[in-house]
Design a protein around this ligand. Structure first.
Ligand code: F3S
Length: 68
């Protein structure tokens, strides 16, 4: 599984980094970032559910998930 943030559509709702603060971070304006665990776009083993939950809770559908 791979993950990315669509910076064009992220509005800074923060649900992603509230739900999974080790997988998503925030920049100085509150927009989502990836973290050292996800920085290369690869989801750590066993964390797929957390990624899917974050994606499902983003009102802007800005958490992009690619199943592999
Ligand atoms: Fe942005 Fe969605 Fe997270 S709007 S801050 S990616 S919950």
């Amino acid at each position: 599984m791979r993950v990315a943030i669509n910076a064009e559509t992220c509005q800074g709702h923060g649900r992603c980094y509230d739900l999974a603060p080790d997988l998503f971070g925030e920049d100085e304006e509150g927009y989502a970032t990836l973290t050292p665990l996800t920085a290369d776009g690869t989801v750590p083993d066993g964390r797929e559910g957390d990624i899917r939950l974050a994606a499902a809770n983003c009102p802007e559908s800005a958490v992009l998930v690619q199943e592999e």
